[in-house]
Design a protein around this ligand. Structure first.
Ligand SMILES: C[S@@+](CC[C@H](N)C(=O)[O-])C[C@H]1O[C@@H](n2cnc3c(N)ncnc32)[C@H](O)[C@@H]1O
Length: 263
């Protein structure tokens, strides 16, 4: 089940043509994480998308990346997610949207995760955090949130004014507009701890050739500046997307783990 099970739906309201959910009103979806020692389920509310409020929908790559999170514990992030390090670890999700990925990370990694997005997305994000808090805390994780607009110093939560504090940054589906390579990479450069151990994990669907170019630009921006970051790993996975007219069409998703260039 890649797009979650819709459990209820209200009267439909006007939606953006871009989101492929024309005719759908507010929905709540259940997201099961079953194939693990302690199974759990998250419940996420998705209000109707109006204008550019794309963060009111849970996009395919956030669930795809969430399903990989357990693998990182003994794999690429083992140096950060060992039982002795977790208490002091801080994780940030950029462009959280409905929050599925960041909430799942807190539950699966048993760490403190800060979820963030644009001001207009925060009320629903905070609602979803509240709805899943008991599940996350039962599993040993912690959740909090704050406004963080990439490339802006205005209106962000005060916790982000002290820069370069997060050991891990997550971002799903944040590279789809011309300015995103600059904006998303600048937010990562500002917030990622300046340490050889720090990692940024970024996944985005390759919807067309333009997205492919944006990904190349993003990698080049990540590799520049005072804290150059390179892709230590790169992968392609097939997931589901419903950006177009056709619900749940398959789409290839590029993802990479960024860190400092190994010495
Ligand atoms: C396509 S949605 C993906 C949401 C979520 N990560 C997911 O995969 O379901 C892109 C997200 O990035 C956020 N976003 C876009 N531009 C942003 C910016 N300049 N600063 C902060 N967040 C931004 C949007 O509000 C939205 O939540």
């Amino acid at each position: 089940m890649t797009n979650g099970e819709v459990i209820w739906e209200e009267a439909s309201r006007c939606l953006s043509q871009r989101c492929g959910r024309a005719g759908m009103g507010e929905i709540t979806r259940r997201w099961p994480f079953q194939n693990r020692r302690v199974p759990f389920e998250l419940v996420v509310r998705e209000p109707p998308i109006t204008g550019d409020s794309l963060g009111h929908k849970t996009w395919g790559s956030s669930f795809l990346l969430a399903q990989l999170l357990d693998n990182f514990t003994s794999g690429s992030l083992a140096h950060l997610l060992g039982p002795d390090c977790r208490d002091s670890l801080s994780v940030l999700e950029l462009g959280s949207g409905t929050g599925l990925l960041g909430i799942a990370a807190a539950a699966m990694w048993q760490v403190d995760v800060v979820l963030s997005d644009l001001p207009e997305i925060m009320p629903n994000l905070d609602y979803n955090i509240e709805q899943n808090l008991a599940t996350v805390e039962r599993l040993g994780g912690k959740l909090s949130s704050g406004v963080l607009t990439w490339g802006s110093k205005n209106g962000n939560h005060s916790r982000f004014s002290r820069e370069n504090t997060f050991n891990i940054i997550l971002a799903a589906d944040g590279i789809y507009d011309d300015n995103h390579p600059d904006l998303l990479s600048s937010a990562i450069h500002e917030q990622l701890l300046d340490s050889a151990d720090s990692r940024a994990i970024v996944m985005t669907p390759i919807r067309d050739e333009v997205t492919m170019k944006l990904i190349v630009q993003f990698q080049s921006r990540m590799n520049s500046g005072a804290l150059p970051l390179v892709a230590l790993e790169e992968h392609i996975l097939t997931g589901q997307d419903d950006w177009g007219d056709d619900e749940s069409q398959a789409v290839e998703c590029w993802w990479a783990i960024f860190g400092r260039q190994p010495a």
